[in-house]
Ligand binder design. Structure first.
Ligand code: RNT
Ligand code: ZN
Length: 417
């Protein structure tokens, strides 16, 4: 404890010498919540039973101890909350409804099927976000949902979207924290289509129908998520980036950027500032693509830092909903959550510790020498000392000590499942 405070005090001095207030950076960081994706806890399995994961996404690995019901999943996430600083949120997919053993199809889901999640979130004083589930269902088996050419199937999925908005609004009202509802559909073709237009016309029409009812933005916001390709939709994805960028601008919805949904050399960090020119809110799906949209655990890499810098330098934090989106079943699932969440926060902290005004001034003055020199020297500044202090102050384990708790939880709880 003493050495953490000492290191922090030294760091505070160093940062002060370049005009950065570390206490203020910590205060800012504390205000940012990261939405933990419930689906990391059970490999996107959900509680409907039986169905395999479809939609062109895949979890690999069979690490023991995955959650098999709501209570286990919630217990696991509480463990995560005890190891990650700050007030965070939980992101739920429709497939995690709790229907007391009754079969309730996706178009019939009601707020009451998420009562347990809401009661739990109330207890913890956290917010919830939501996602309709357009995969792992017999009516999505041929690869199309909201852009389906069969009107009956398309209507089923429209009804699902409408049901989910009611649920998301209920989250916002009950918890007093806005729920961001993210619409992602896997629709697309493995092979080259002849008509790329018609499915997009149908998708736009379905979205219009889902979003027809006005909902107070205090409670709920709608966001749409694009993708480049998936397994089985390599040649064509209906909901491409251009499709949703246009849709969001025209219909004033939020836009979701998933860091795994673009060409390998394309970066989300370079897109954020354009989005905010035309769109009010962004949902971020922080993920890590390795050669493809592989959803690896988020690490502290250059792109994560660039994204954090964009959010801070642009002043976009209060218009952004930050969520994690990856699923790794090859390591302890709780550790996977903790690593990704802590890295995301650490990247935000490092960005908050930049002398932004100074850097912007050098740039505006045309002093690009100073800009590069400062940016490079900053990499050696002691942000980890500030991070450690923040963890200590938030009563969560410092550095790798969180792993002790995870190992203990694995021995006491996970290994017995
Ligand atoms: C899939 C999208 C989507 C999902 C979750 C489970 O490529 O990223 O966000 O990962 O909805
Ligand atoms: Zn995503």
């Amino acid at each position: 404890m003493e050495s953490i405070v000492k290191s922090y005090e030294l760091a505070r001095e160093q940062y002060a010498s370049i005009g950065v207030d570390t206490d203020k950076a910590i205060e800012e960081l504390e205000k940012i919540s990261i939405s933990l994706h419930c689906w990391q806890g059970d490999d996107v399995g959900g509680f409907e039973g039986g169905t395999e994961l479809t939609g062109g996404i895949q979890t690999t690995g069979n690490y023991p101890g995955k959650a098999t019901n709501g209570d286990e999943l919630r217990a696991d996430m509480e463990k995560v909350f005890s190891l990650v600083p700050g007030k965070n949120k939980v992101n739920i997919h429709a497939l995690y409804a709790e229907t007391e053993g009754k079969k309730v199809d996706r178009d019939e889901l009601l707020p009451k099927h998420f009562e347990k999640w809401v009661a739990w979130a109330k207890d913890l004083g956290i917010g919830l976000d939501f996602n309709p589930t357009y995969f792992s269902h017999p009516l999505s088996d041929d690869g199309f949902t909201l852009s389906h050419s069969d009107e009956k199937i398309r209507q089923f999925w429209i009804d699902h979207g409408i049901a989910c908005r009611n649920i998301s609004e209920y989250f916002g009202k009950e918890l007093g924290i806005t729920s961001a509802m993210n619409i992602w559909v896997p629709d697309g073709y493995k092979d080259i289509p002849v008509d790329r237009y018609a499915p997009r016309v149908r998708l736009a029409d379905s979205l219009d129908k889902i979003l027809a009812r006005k909902i107070d933005k205090k409670y709920h916001i709608d966001s749409v998520e694009s993708k480049l390709f998936g397994i089985g939709s390599e040649s064509y994805v209906v909901g491409s980036h251009e499709f949703y960028m246009g849709y969001a601008v025209k219909n004033k919805t939020a836009l979701t950027f998933d860091t795994g949904h673009f060409h390998p050399t394309e970066t989300v960090s370079n897109k954020i500032s354009s989005l905010f020119l035309y769109i009010n809110n962004m949902v971020l799906h922080v993920s890590r693509p390795v050669r493809w949209d592989s959803d690896h655990v988020v690490i502290f890499d250059d792109e994560l830092q660039s994204i954090a810098q964009e959010l801070v330098r642009g002043g976009f934090l209060d218009r952004t909903f930050i969520a994690l989106d990856y699923f790794d079943a090859s390591i302890n699932r709780i550790a996977a959550w903790v690593i990704g969440a802590r890295n995301t926060q650490k990247a935000l902290l490092a960005a908050l510790l930049e002398p932004t005004a100074k850097l912007k001034k050098a740039e505006l003055d045309g002093d690009l020498t100073t800009r590069l020199a400062l940016l490079e020297e900053l990499k050696g500044y002691p942000y980890p000392a500030v991070w450690d202090y923040y963890c200590e102050k938030s009563s969560v384990p410092v550095r790798e000590k969180w792993l002790i708790d995870v190992k203990k939880y694995e021995a006491d709880v996970l290994s017995k499942r």
